[in-house]
Design a protein around this ligand. Sequence first.
Ligand code: URA
Length: 210
Amino acid sequence: MYENLTVVEHPLVKHKLTRIRDKSVDPKEFRETLDEITMLLAYEVTRTFPLEECTVETPLMPYKGAKLPDVEPAVIVILRAALGFLPAMLKLLPNAKTGHIGMSRDHETLRPIHYYCKLPTALEKRETILLDPMLATGYSAVAAVDFLKQAGAKNIRFMCLIAAPEGVEVMRQHHPDVMIYTGALDEKLNEKGYIIPGIGDAGDRIFGTY
Ligand code: URA
């Protein structure tokens, strides 16, 4: 439907994501389930990672295999909700360098307000995964990709839990080279910029601030 979008169509993703949409799920279960979904999404996001040939000695003979390049990938979280993705991402990619971009939303204009940015060095050499659970208006994601590109990043993938068509389109217009990976493509945004049916405020669900 969108050439910049991969919806990870997997029964486990669907099952677990449906579970955490339920408003009765508490933050503990929400975080634990998000951890599991993160692994399943990351499996798809990293599918196109480059590999290098290498040889190891099994107890019986040399084996020609493959390894990730020595240059570590970069995992970038948009504060604060993407912190919920981080433990599982770092379990899968333990050598990844982590960057943080602080953005909050102006509730009137729905535009992002940027307040913090600390990125890994040498982004131009790294596979970069940008994380934010909700791709809603797309404004924060686009601003974050702007930062990453200004810092030299070239191979950027965006991973979210739920995307709205509006956000996918905004990202496509500004950064058509950035592939979006999501657990679900929901219907639309409401007048407050929340994804419908969505999960509500992802940060609140993760950290219990509701
Ligand atoms: N951010 C959220 O946490 N939820 C939404 O539905 C949209 C943006």
